[in-house]
Ligand binder design. Sequence first.
Ligand SMILES: *Cc1c(COP(=O)(O)O)cnc(C)c1O
Length: 393
Amino acid sequence: MKKDNLRFSSKLIHAGDHKDQYGSAIVPIYQTSTFSFESADHGAKCFSGEAEGYIYTRIANPTIRALEKAVASLENGYDGIATSSGMGAVSTIYMALLSNGAHIVSHNAIYGPARGIIETIFPKFGIESTYIDASKLENIEKAIKPNTKMLYIETPANPTMDIIDIKAAAEIAHKHGIPLVVDNTFCSPYLQRPLDLGADIVLHSMTKFINGHADIVGGIIVTKEKDYYDKLRPVMINLGFNIDPHQAFLAHRGLKTLAVRMDRAQESSIIIAEYLENHPKVSWVKYPGLKSHQNYELGKKQMDGPGCMISFELKGGLDAGKILMDNVQLALLAVSLGGVETLIQHPASMTHSKISKEHREKAGITDGLVRFSVGIEDVNDIMEDIEQALQMI
Ligand SMILES: *Cc1c(COP(=O)(O)O)cnc(C)c1O
């Protein structure tokens, strides 16, 4: 049987396969900084690219390459570039594709630091930005200027769960001759494959669903074509955004169970979202699997499932949010997402507490907003835990 055309769940297990002299079932951890050459001639050929061979782990490493090949295959892309973190992936893309005088158009509610570095660090390199509600396509068209060099989106976006039409966004970007970059962290390649919908570059925080066990920080970029890969890879290498072989090993191990983990967590998420929507202490729930979601039809079209992230608003606002946080016992009170354990977070008193209420509300982060990353515990235990905490409000 040819391994080129495997279905998704089989690719999770076999993509990025590695053959060694011992026939090891799993890609070993090549915990080495450097690789020796067979001869001066071989060394010269490795550097010139005439011979395949590893040189130095910041450039490439067999454990890391196996992971890169696996995720690239899952995203139906040309090749992958693993990075030290999701932000390492974001920074690699910005540094490679934005130069002095460039302008970037992006969604207003993307991952905080992905917007933060554009607004605080990149202006000193002469880079401008416009942040808009990209779930309304006419806003994208209006924001693009002659010097716009990138359209950067995240869908569903964090924590508002806005869904952006990837296919339509790609058409707009390409009409203006610029690439579409999609942060696919919330869906993972299991639920959404942006390159198939026209995006040029996709990235993940592997810290979340891809690794799935809350024990590493890592990122990855996959490009659709060779030319972007060739532009991005040297930036990762030379700015030192590389991942460590041991982290890559753990991410690759976690990746193998992506589908079973997400199936389980998603099944529970649908039940929990419906329960919350009918709860008297909750004013609304944002979850792509609910008919009440602002972009329900679009989500059904471009995603293979509604995912495991739920945002909901408590009627009692800030105080109610704090009471809920203090009384959950099973769910961990923590930022991050996509692990096997259920996590709960209250942006107004936690991640976004330093932002003024006015700015928070503009980004859709209201005082009673709670973000829930559903894990793979028994759904009844997860619900009993929220119920007893909601009773305290
Ligand atoms: C966490 C996250 C990031 C950043 O990833 P790190 O691994 O923490 O650097 C980027 N985008 C999204 C959507 C995230 O959730």
